[in-house]
Ligand binder design. Structure first.
Ligand code: C5P
Length: 243
């Protein structure tokens, strides 16, 4: 990998805390104490436990990706972005389908919320990976291929001032080509060799994802459902350091 050492490898892993309540999530977080990985908090956990849980993660020294996929009129997203920035999120996301005015409003909210301090990274959701070609064309009414839509949304996000997108690592090559190497790619669908696929279908190993151009790897169950989450994370870090 390009970055050096185990610390920086861990800093590229975002552990997906897909839990209904704080207790179970904290059981895992405690087991990862001292490892400088990010924590990803999505809608399920945030709507149950709210800002207090995010503060707990921050107090424990983790960076937090708040995966709330904001999508509303610009004024509302500006306010939401201000609030999540004040809360201390280090990264959050918005739907590119909300359009450039909405994404620019999110960036304004970030500046307001940061009050001169560090700005969180704002990334876009392009086309959800659950969208089939048929759904895109027939239900949503967007012509063309899913891959073209992903690239178009990513370019719109970049033009609106966002730092990157959530995407499959399989799309990393075309996205870096379309948006430049500095455009941040956050990629789920990662499975260490030999681990269960769960409900993922197109997966890459952590090392393959980094080699493909991913900047951050979102990894949930291979760590959180492991009998020893700390050993699972440490072995992924080791794989990255030696790749
Ligand atoms: O447990 P697992 O590693 O499959 O978790 C992946 C995480 O990434 C989950 O939080 C899931 O919601 C998220 N995600 C995904 N695929 C996408 C977008 C997000 O798996 N296309």
């Amino acid at each position: 990998m390009n970055a050096n050492g185990a610390g920086s490898a861990a800093e590229r892993i975002m552990v997906a805390l897909d839990y209904q309540e704080a207790g179970s999530a904290l059981d895992v977080v405690r087991k990862l104490d001292g490892i400088p990985c990010w924590m990803k908090v999505g809608m399920e956990l945030f709507y149950a436990e709210g800002p207090a849980f995010v503060r707990e993660l921050k107090d424990r020294g983790h960076k937090v990706f708040l995966d709330l996929k904001l999508h509303d009129i610009p004024n509302t997203v500006r306010g939401a972005a201000r609030s999540v920035t004040r809360l201390g999120a280090d990264m959050f996301n918005v739907h590119a389908a909300g359009g450039s005015a909405m994404m620019r409003a999110a960036m304004e909210g970030v500046v307001q919320g940061a009050e001169g301090g560090a700005l969180p990274q704002v990334i876009a959701v392009t086309q959800l990976t659950s969208t089939s070609q048929d759904m895109l064309n027939e239900e949503i009414g967007i012509a063309g291929s899913v891959a073209d839509t992903v690239v178009r949304y990513a370019q719109l996000a970049k033009a609106s001032g966002l730092q990157g997108v959530v995407a499959s690592a399989q799309e990393a090559g075309i996205l870096k080509e379309a948006c430049g190497s500095g455009f941040v790619l956050v990629t789920p669908g990662i499975r260490p060799a030999g681990s269960s696929m769960d409900d993922q279908s197109r997966v890459l190993t952590p090392a393959q994802a980094l080699a493909a151009g991913s900047d951050y790897l979102v990894i949930g169950r291979p760590i959180t459902a492991a009998s020893d989450p700390r050993a699972a994370l440490e072995s992924i870090v080791k794989e990255l350091v030696h790749s």
